[in-house]
Design a protein around this ligand. Sequence first.
Ligand code: GDP
Ligand code: MN
Length: 334
Amino acid sequence: MNKEEEALALAAEDNQIPAFARGPRAKAAFVILVRNSDLQDMRKTLREVEDRFNRNFNYPYVFLNDEPFTEEFKTYTQSLTKAECKYGLIPKEHWSYPSWIDQTRAKEAREDMKRRKIIYGGSESYRNMCRYESGFFYRHPLMLEYDYYWRVEPGVHFHCDIDFDPFMYMQTHNKTYSFTVSLYEYVDTIPTLWKTTKDFMKKHPEHIAKDNSLGFISNDNGATYNLCHFWSNFEIASTKFLRSPAYSDYFDYLDQAGGFFYERWGDAPVHSIAAALFLPRDKIHFFNEIGYTHSPFTHCPVSEELQRKCHCNPKDNFDDHGYSCTKRWLSQNW
Ligand code: GDP
Ligand code: MN
């Protein structure tokens, strides 16, 4: 038995672990990209993750940052959990301009998008963040041992008791990607993403899955993108998928095209388009049970049974809102 298994066995004997949390475990971790300055929001979110789920399961946390974590950050995060916390520094090559990017053009694009008041349009760090979340976090040395990750951000909320293991759910039901909130992207942040994606599909037809979800993201059989995407600030998904030839080829192709810098491509549409095209649709899962808020949107399970485990107001549930794509996903009718 390794250290982690020993601790779990002891806690189980002590009846500290409820029966639902005693089954087999996945090779999985939380992954949190975060700045030192986000410590206070981070603590609140960790408290909720622990109370609602992880105090019973003790999955490890991997914190990632483009700057070294402070001792203060490490102390006041690790002190909220019995689970192991790991703190990683992002290598410079994963958080800077690749050689082929024209930095003058990138700067002009930022200035133009700032003038047009596009959200985060003028931000360089936001672009590095979106590119990192699109193409690199799952390749960080601290992430290599895991088959599944659960992405968390400082400031998000979890509203319901999660008295099952979502990682094991993914594993035993053969799911690859999951979400709680879906919505439409701002078109001004991705003007050429779909054209670039179509070029990629032509070049790599071998990566397109049979029975994919193209119909979820396009209303005209692929001619245009309808802007629907899974909101990637919450994700429970397979690291093997992100490391697969299909996803790797796709990310490299997008990265070469430069839209992370010349436009402001988000990791949410990138992950979502990849999941929709490279996976059969039954590998994508909607976690209705996981009540979740990332401001300003909430997924709140509305059934009486689930409401008993939650503290969110069902009236705040975004699923049926006109700006949500979840009804479209659930209809599976495209
Ligand atoms: P939004 O959700 O699109 O409004 O973007 P956020 O500001 O929440 O950023 C997304 C994620 O990246 C969050 O987990 C942030 O903590 C993290 N993040 C954003 N910018 C930076 C940065 O410059 N450095 C680090 N280390 N994390 C960042
Ligand atoms: Mn956020």
